[in-house]
Ligand binder design. Structure first.
Ligand code: TXA
Ligand code: MG
Length: 341
């Protein structure tokens, strides 16, 4: 099949909504990353999403809604803390896991009796959900394991010939996937995937927030984890990525020793002037890094990078999300540089 790029005007939205209602899969822009959208209540449609992505069937999809009424149809119980968090962060980059309703099939939830729900803020995503008239299941629109797409061109590169259409909503403003949370009890939120909604932001609305320790380590395929996505290879370009922690000076000295064909550095904007080796930059602040990281990893593959040494980002605030994606992109290959004494 040919994959059509649709302009998100009235005609484009109608066409995309019709495809969704027919049980097809459509590329959809959101404020975080592009998603592969299908009718969340239609098992056959959802199965096509797993096939298009090459995704393991036990890794659940997030259900996207455009109103609080739709939430009540998708879940069987709304945990205590959801109302205040929805009030503060929806529409926006926060996914909350709740017990699923009968309406959401096991195909969508990866066999779990819970479902992750998110109300996206991107106007095209909202319009598509409303026009289709069904809740929309959407994982990130990359081939499984590859960096998430933040432009329609990225989706096309991964999904050409595999889906009928992509709505082109421009570049995503966040650039990293949503923060995923679950509820330990009526007071405690557990972060399963860090994102633009940070622990500090959540703490302004709930009494207690814990960060799941599995976020920071390698999880084996047979392990039981709160979020199946933690088990799988993620966000990795074709080039081998190594994350390097150390001052700009030590990083430069280290790169001097690595020089060979296809070796690139991915550094901060501010470091570039003094940097004599092949490199790209991924912003200065954590927010810029979040927005640019996946696009840069894809560009590095395009220019033929074989090995990429990435300067370690800040790990606080939104930086935690950037760090989380990078340790997985690097397959936990991390070098810590210390000055010689
Ligand atoms: O920003 C986003 O969340 C994007 C856009 C398209 O909305 N979507 C996205 O979906 O990143 P995906 O499928 O690539 O990542 C969803 C993550 C996976 O790691 C999955 O394991 C976890 O959320 N997840 C989904 N439902 C879950 C559930 N019921 N219980 C535990 N983890 C869940
Ligand atoms: Mg994904």
């Amino acid at each position: 099949m040919e994959t059509e790029l649709l302009t998100p005007d009235e005609a484009g939205l109608q066409k995309a909504a019709e495809l969704i209602r027919e049980g097809q899969v459509v590329g959809m822009p959101t404020e975080t990353v592009y998603g592969l959208a299908a009718d969340a209540t239609n098992r056959d449609a959802v199965a096509k999403v797993f096939v298009a992505k090459g995704r393991p069937m036990d890794n659940p999809l997030i259900v996207h809604i455009s109103s609080m009424e739709e939430l009540e149809q998708a879940v069987s119980r709304v945990p205590e803390l959801v109302a205040s968090l929805a009030d503060a962060f929806w529409p926006g980059p926060l996914t909350m896991i709740m017990p699923k309703s009968e309406r959401i099939p096991m195909e969508t939830s990866g066999g779990l009796d819970t479902v992750g729900v998110r109300m996206p803020s991107h106007p095209v995503a909202q319009a598509l959900i409303r026009t289709a008239g069904v809740p929309i299941a959407a994982p990130s629109a990359n081939r499984s394991g590859y960096p998430s797409p933040t432009t329609a061109q990225h989706v096309l590169a991964d999904m050409q010939g595999r889906i009928p259409a992509i709505l082109d909503g421009g570049a995503c403003s966040c650039g990293l996937e949503s923060t995923v949370v679950t509820f330990d009890d009526d007071r405690t939120v557990r972060i399963l995937r860090p994102g633009f909604v940070t622990k500090e932001m959540l703490l302004e609305h709930v009494p207690n927030v814990v960060i799941d320790p599995a976020i920071f380590r390698q999880v084996s395929a047979s392990e039981k984890v709160a979020s199946p996505g933690m088990k799988y290879k993620h966000y990795a370009p074709n080039a081998a990525v190594t994350l390097v922690e150390g001052s700009p000076e030590l990083f430069r000295q280290f790169l001097a020793l690595q020089q060979a064909d296809g070796v690139y550095a991915l550094i901060f904007d501010g470091d570039a002037e003094q940097f004599p080796y092949p490199h790209m930059t991924y912003g200065g602040t954590s927010i810029e890094q979040g927005r640019q990281l996946f696009a840069r990893l894809r560009e590095l593959d395009q220019i033929g990078a074989k090995t990429v040494y990435v300067r370690m980002p800040q790990k606080d605030g939104v930086g935690l999300a950037v760090y989380n994606r990078l340790i997985r992109a690097a397959g936990f290959d991390i070098v810590h540089l210390a000055p010689r004494i």
